[in-house]
Design a protein around this ligand. Sequence first.
Ligand code: FES
Length: 587
Amino acid sequence: MINIKIEGVPYQVKEGLTILEAAKACGYEIPSLCAFNHGECNSGSCRVCLVEATGARGLVASCVYPVSEGMEIRISTPKAVEARRRSVELLLSNHNQNCQQCDKNGKCELLHVANITGAREGAFAGEKTEVFYDDVAPALVRDTSKCILCGRCIARCANAHGLGILGFENRGFHTIVAPAENRSFADSPCIQCGQCVTVCPTGALMEKSEIDKIDEAMRAGKHVIVQAAPAVRASLGEEFGYPVGTPVTGKMIAALRRLGFERVYDVNFGADLTIMEEGTELLGRLTKGGVLPMITSCSPGWINYAEYNYGDLLPHLSSCKSPHQMQGAIIKSYWAQQKGIAPEDIFVVSIMPCVAKKFEKEREQEKVNGIPDVDAVLTTRELARMIRRSGMLFNRLPDEDWDQDIMGDYTGAGVIFGVTGGVMEAALRTVYFKLTGKEYGKIVFEEVRGHDAGIREASIDINGTVVNVAIASGMKSASVLLDEIRAGTSKYQFIEIMGCPGGCINGGGQSYVRPAFLPNEEDDILDTYKEKRAKALYSEDERQVIRQSHNNPQIKELYEKFLGEPNSHLSHELLHTTYAAREGFND
Ligand code: FES
């Protein structure tokens, strides 16, 4: 510990902290923009965090300047206050000012610091940098008129995936953030995971909203059916003031019903179906000499990465579609048949923690007879926007239950799909049963649990058959396992890969975790939010009476009455897909 003074008051703080971190620990919020997540991005470029400190010449950027023994820090001198205000005014002078049309409104960090520094638009009028707007890709929108060149997106893409899709292009006043040569995301090897969106402080990077498509389908009198993924319930509450990781399943269902959806289903049913198909596929590969290790295929960010970077390993990927695509295919076939509705008159909406699902639903290989399984994908954030515009007071909604007809049952195995390691655990519960005829005694496979990026591994002995498994989330970790397969040194039979670090609970479409907007959370919320959201899903698994996919009564009925058996001809037609290697840059 070292001794410092802030505004003349003595404090002891840990050595090695920046002034910004030390001030936070002592109860001061110095405005900041480019600094993010313990130095994940620390470019010191925005100059919004300037303070005075002894030992320094002039003002210093508190986000990069370390504290030292005896340092005296002044945050509120007229010189520091004025400098911070000017820094924000300079950013505003080159910023698109159509805030009322911006989807980031209410969560914009630039507006937040403008507010606390007293910065006013128009203080510096003049020329603006040329604007580029890219909305060609199905999942992402890039609008350079709102970019403040903080570099947080560049850092996140590199840290999560080892990718450098985004970078600084041009020089000086003409600098922008863009894929190489200012190409569209659609013409780059971007995996469309949306991690860059989760860290962007302004509306410069956003998911491509599909709310209008839903309004249009409802106006056209379609049967608009909604299905929500497990991870959404663990994050949606944050949009309405609930503590991070509070499960809000019942209120979310109530909201969806009041928004006008004809049926409200849980994607967990689709997750159970995925396990039946994927578990059977794994067993087939294990017992009949198929390509091993088999790798899970429910994360479209990961699929994009594989197609761009590991085209030679595509036979290792499970052919299973992801749970919401499978469920969409069942809604437009079995459900439609039962209800006597033409598939063309059904409009399926998926609420997802994921941005890449917007891309996935457009893939030709996902369509059945030219009809997409899913017609629109909304992120958790977009659902929150729909709820807000409806005037509903979310926290006053009653807790309601999913529609129970045909696909209302789900198991604990389906719920944990939202956490890294969850698909693996759910699959192991069913594979164990299929191989031994008995349920796995303790239910929980602790070895594969976790909520962070990095690689976890385990060996499971199933009746003398040892299955070596590994789990990775974030492409940086995944590439280690993939390189082993390429080199012929992989010891695994089954690998789970999720695109986003931590899995779907930390998906690119989840609620933004911004300490500045979460005043009631602990200071370390950026370290703990994944764990808190994971707990919400694990506790829902524990509450379920049925916790193995193969015991879901409606799944059994679906196979008896419609699909036949897992991996049947009809299952393959509706529930499985193909992959193809892709070039990274298209001309
Ligand atoms: Fe310190 Fe941007 S937050 S320079």
